[in-house]
Design a protein around this ligand. Structure first.
Ligand SMILES: [Zn+2]
Length: 685
């Protein structure tokens, strides 16, 4: 039931994605090095200055914000006033200068400070700056004069690489309606406000749902002691079970009684119903109208146009391809779960969604016997960090050394990445939880790397223990480190607007998903995963962990396809008076192998219908892509430096300067396919 969450590469991603553009096939043959504008002198670097992420006061944050916003306003005015007869490459250099200043102002220091500073007043000042700058950025995305100057560049005779970049930027403006007449633009603005309001309301209704389920302590047999202790029975002798994840997820995993699990799941799968039915209708309808005004037949068409998948037909056939791969394995897993449940209750007719977590846990425990306590002793934080730095050196030939600079908390580390004696990027690691800090895991950019001008910089914001870590924490560490490597290795492009966030939205996770593989690799783990006595993790334990992780993967994939199918179905066609429950049930149950209790309305609490829109498929998409990219490493060895170098040069270093369809083709020597993903799912046993 837990929906897999993909963290954005940064918080800024949400608004960045509003300024995103069309995936255009790039023919690398004949690509010339772009000649930068000869006349225009970029000024953004000087205004932005060095990274200053450890402010002493809220006033300092506000002052920096004012300075940058003032500079942004005057740079914008200057670029908007440049004659259209200006040399195209000078116009482009000016546009990129504005891009660099605008995105740096909105997302870098303010984003990091509001998420990490120990001082609440300083965080608040950064949050204020973030809000102000985001509004400025949205307004900039609607600037007709800027659009016209870009259009002039697009009409000039420029290299294919620059054409890709300019077309993508132009499309990002058109996707907000900048080229429409005033009345249409006004209507688009109204619809955008309506979409934002409906999204906030939809999500708010889910978290505000206060329904509870009651159970007697006897009915809660199997629940862990700490869960029970936190939920004592009331005067009526009943335990109240709320709808939060810490209430529900353990219950579905541990409660022995199927009727209690079903009672809780029936409430859980009906959260925010009926309230959200009308809200979702409004959201779907506004998005359909919005897409229509921009020339698309439906919102799914609009949503996919600037992604690798490009159109709804391709997404549907992708879901069907994965379905063919995962279904037989997932059905076998579901059969094994049902068989396990039959041992305790022979009368059980079918596997419902309230049974799957419970059965999965039993099988993992009884058949695979991986003890998380035993695993943890090999993953002390300091050793893991050193191990990841060494892995980076072994694969990519770069050294990581301490960077002597100010930090905002004693826990924070600062580092430089060095290649052949030259610094190529800088980063901070803020890895442990503390009060007031961002609670998930993400990479936040601090500087857009620009060749010969600006070194890329970024922060990892994580919440892993400063001691022994769960293996899943190690996976998260390496995953986020993958975003960081992408950001730094891509930092040598000619333009800020060629950064990795300009890649299609459905691929940004792929390089990180790929890198996760190394913490399942014994040859890598044995180098740093040692216990307090210095003994390396046993090979047999790593083997067991690998077998265990595969079980249930195809079953989970089928559930993910169900969500992806529902997200596509809601935003396909021009919906009027549709029965949302019927649409959802048909799409979800077409794939998912354990249906929700009858009569529930799972879509009312499917929060990703707001942020992901029609694009919930992207998680599976980037997973399949990363499997295919990984196949080159499987062929030549996970730790083969030559393959790693090709991967860095052909996939990571180009950043967002070309479509990932093309980059993958360059690396693989063919179009990418789902074959490698199929092979991985088939590893389950
Ligand atoms: Zn990620």
């Amino acid at each position: 039931m837990e929906r897999t969450r993909i963290e954005a590469i940064s918080r800024g991603k949400t608004i960045m994605s509003m300024l995103r553009s069309f995936a255009f096939p790039l023919l690398l043959s004949g690509t010339a090095m772009p000649a930068l504008g000869a006349e225009y002198q970029p000024g953004s670097d000087r205004i932005i200055g060095a990274v200053s992420v450890a402010p002493k006061s809220a006033a300092e944050v506000a002052a920096q914000c004012d300075t940058r916003l003032d500079a942004l306003a005057s740079l914008r005015a200057r670029v908007e006033a440049m004659p259209l007869s200006t040399e195209p490459l000078d116009l482009l250099a000016a546009y990129d200068d504005l891009y660099n200043l605008a995105f740096t102002t909105a997302y870098t220091e303010p984003g990091v400070i509001k998420d990490t500073n120990p001082d609440a007043a300083i965080r608040k000042a950064a949050e204020d700056c973030f809000q102000r700058a985001s509004a400025v950025l949205v307004d900039l995305g609607m600037s007709r004069p800027i659009y016209e100057r870009l259009l002039t560049v697009g009409q000039a005779d420029i290299s294919p690489a620059l054409r890709y970049m300019v077309d993508r930027q132009l499309d990002s403006y058109r996707r907000l309606g900048v080229d429409k007449d005033a009345a249409t633009r006004a209507r688009i603005g109204e619809l955008q406000n309506g979409i934002t309001a409906a999204s906030i309301e939809f999500e708010g209704n889910i978290s505000a749902d206060t329904r509870t389920v009651t159970a007697t302590p006897e009915e809660l047999a199997g629940m862990p002691q700490d869960w029970l202790a936190a939920r004592p029975a009331g005067a009526d002798g009943l335990v109240q079970i709320g709808m939060s994840y810490p209430d529900v997820m353990p219950l579905l995993r541990y409660a022995d009684r199927a009727d209690v699990r079903k009672r809780v799941m029936t409430a859980f799968a009906d959260r925010a119903y009926p309230t959200n039915d009308a809200v979702l209708r409004r959201l779907i309808d506004d998005r359909a109208q919005f897409a229509g005004l921009l020339g698309y037949s439906d919102f799914a068409g609009y949503d996919f146009a600037n992604r690798m998948a490009e159109n709804p037909g391709r997404v549907q056939s992708f879901l069907d391809e994965i379905d063919r791969v995962a279904r037989p394995i997932g059905e076998a897993e579901a059969g094994r779960m049902l068989a396990r449940l039959h041992k305790d209750d022979p009368s059980l007719a079918s596997l419902g969604s309230w049974n799957s977590s419970y059965a999965l846990r039993l099988i993992r425990k009884e058949d695979y016997a991986v003890d998380p306590e035993q695993v943890r002793q090999y993953f002390a934080f300091d050793k893991v960090q050193a191990g990841i730095f060494d892995l980076t050196r072994d694969l990519f030939g770069v050294e990581i050394r301490p960077w002597a600079t100010e930090v905002w908390h004693p826990d924070v580390g600062a580092f430089e990445m060095v290649q052949d004696g030259s610094v190529i990027g800088r980063f901070y690691l803020d890895m442990h939880p503390r009060d007031g800090k961002f609670t998930h895991a993400q990479m936040a950019p601090l500087r857009f790397g620009i060749k010969n001008r600006v070194l890329p910089a970024a922060v990892l914001e994580l919440n892993v223990p400063n001691g022994l870590m769960e293996h899943s924490d190690v996976v998260t560490f390496l995953h986020e480190f993958g975003h960081l490597l992408h950001w730094i290795f891509a930092g040598g492009q000619d333009y800020a607007a060629q950064n990795p966030m300009e890649l299609e939205n459905d691929v940004i996770e792929a390089p990180s998903q790929l890198l996760e593989e190394w913490v399942w690799d014994y040859d890598t783990l044995k180098r740093f995963a040692t216990n307090a006595a210095g003994e390396p993790i046993p090979a047999a334990l790593v083997e067991k962990m690998n077998v265990s992780r595969r079980f249930g993967e195809a079953f989970g994939t089928m559930m993910q396809l169900g969500y992806a199918g529902a997200s596509l179905a809601f935003y396909s066609g021009v919906p009027k008076d549709r029965d949302l429950a019927a649409v959802y049930d048909a799409a979800y149950n077409r794939y998912a192998l354990a249906p929700d209790p009858e009569g529930t309305h799972g879509y009312a609490a499917f929060g990703h219908l707001t942020g992901y829109g029609a694009s919930y498929y992207t998680y599976q998409w980037s997973k399949a892509l990363s499997s295919d990219l990984l196949s080159e490493f499987r062929k030549h060895g996970l730790r083969d430096p030559a393959t790693a170098k090709r991967y860095r040069d052909l996939i990571l270093a180009p950043g967002g300067s070309a479509s990932m369809n093309q980059l993958a083709r360059n690396f693989l020597g063919r179009d990418w396919t789902v074959d490698a993903y199929r092979a991985e799912l088939q590893l389950a046993r």
